[in-house]
Design a protein around this ligand. Structure first.
Ligand code: PLP
Length: 403
């Protein structure tokens, strides 16, 4: 099979795959990547505005990340959290210094980070002698990952179907429905958990004033605010966190995707107040925070936190939105809305987006779907203007030729 995949002239016979069918994979494979581009087995070059779904924050094969991982790989990969890991101490300290957080727990993925966030919220009230406060209030049809608890947190029928019994402890309100939100808070509620920008849900932005209102409600009800920044965090919006402009201070923030630049890292950031509930033995992870992962995380931060990096992202994304809105104006029958913040961009079509995404791919631009007929555009955070221009040209062309 391996030799077979290496042959560039043969169509991939995916029906021979030993991988389970839980993905509807596109029939395309890549041999290498460089920055914003991917090179397919057949030699064709694609502009990759998926970037592993907002994961490769610095593009493919970033020289500084390669150097960092090579250097660490020759020293030590993995030890165990039974020991002090200096690279992790350093990354945690930097995250705490840069953000609202006082403490960090490292994981390996987004869903582990959201699960840890749920555990921390429950444990906080347990340690305060209020174990009955253990329910998490989430947005209906949100996305917090695919583990058994996270799917029930999402409240999505599609994701939970066939995976009963229902995991208890989650309530839901409809996005933007403030009445149903307030009504759903009971004396058993421990926390409200939302994505500041719903990624899988269709790049739906919670306005800053709503985030502030959420914080106020949480303060009044003495419950915790969890902001899931797994997709929208780590510079993606032009701020380190998507909620930053709102000036809101959350209690717990799970992160993942962008922080590893392609290496699997997850983490939960939290305030001192809730961190004290996590005494020795309350949570753990074999792989979480190992030296190899931590050194990559530090190398990603080195670049994202560089002076001017995020300002440049803001500038370039402003240009991107301006030009996308021009295309929308030219093709109002196709494009309904341009959504998002920074480089977390959604193009909402007036109809199902699958065929459009395929046409973009035929023109060598890779994008990915989200709910509500949205096409997600997720360039690396260091994308260049001429690459954005190339994407605009392709989107424009596909609109023009679309039937
Ligand atoms: C991707 C995502 C997750 C899950 O992350 P995994 O690494 O796939 O487990 C959780 N929350 C949000 C908002 C996400 O976008």
């Amino acid at each position: 099979m391996l030799g077979f995949y290496g042959r560039e002239d043969i169509k991939l016979k995916v029906d021979m795959s030993a991988l389970a069918r839980n993905y509807n994979r596109r029939k395309i494979a890549f041999k290498k990547g460089k920055g914003s581009f991917l090179y397919a087995l057949n030699g064709k070059r694609y502009l990759d505005f998926v970037q592993g779904i907002a994961v490769n924050s610095l593009g493919h094969a970033n020289p500084k990340l390669i150097r960092a991982i090579n250097k660490q790989a020759r020293k030590v990969w993995h030890v165990s959290n039974a020991f002090i890991i200096p690279e992790g101490e350093k990354l945690a300290k930097r995250l705490a210094q840069k953000t609202f957080a006082d403490y960090v727990i490292f994981q390996n993925s987004g869903t582990e980070a959201t699960e840890a966030a749920i555990k921390i919220a429950r444990r906080y009230f347990y340690s305060k002698g209020k174990p009955h406060k253990n329910r998490i209030l989430c947005v209906k049809n949100s996305f917090h990952g695919r583990t058994i608890a996270a799917i029930f947190a999402s409240g999505s029928k599609k994701m939970t179907e066939g995976f009963g019994p229902t995991v208890a402890g989650f309530d839901h309100f409809r996005f933007g429905d403030h009445k149903s939100l307030k009504k759903s808070i009971t004396n058993k509620t421990a926390a409200i958990m939302v994505e500041p920008i719903m990624g899988e849900g269709g790049i739906k932005v919670i306005p800053d004033w709503c985030l502030r209102e959420l914080r106020k409600i949480c303060n009044k009800k003495k419950i915790l605010l969890i902001l899931d920044e797994v997709q929208c965090g780590i510079g993606r919006t032009g701020n380190f966190f998507a909620f930053e402009n709102s000036k809101v201070k959350p209690d717990i923030v799970p992160i993942a995707k962008g922080i590893g630049g392609g290496f699997p890292i997850g983490a939960v950031l939290m305030t001192k107040k809730v961190a004290f509930a996590m005494s020795p033995g309350t949570h753990g992870s074999t792989f979480g925070g190992n030296p190899l992962a931590m050194c990559v995380g530090n190398a990603v931060l080195d670049q994202i936190l560089k002076k001017g990096f995020l300002n440049n992202l803001k500038k370039i994304s402003k240009y991107f939105y301006k030009e996308l809105n021009k295309i929308k104006k030219d093709y109002p029958n196709i494009i309904k809305e341009i959504r998002g913040k920074g480089l977390l961009i959604g193009i909402q079509l007036n109809f199902d987006q699958s065929k459009f995404i395929k046409s973009l791919e035929k023109n060598y631009l890779l994008t990915i779907r989200a709910a509500e007929n949205v096409i997600r555009i997720l360039p690396p955070l260091n994308v260049k203007k001429n690459e954005i221009d190339l994407a605009l040209k392709i989107i424009s062309k596909v609109c023009k030729e679309y039937k």
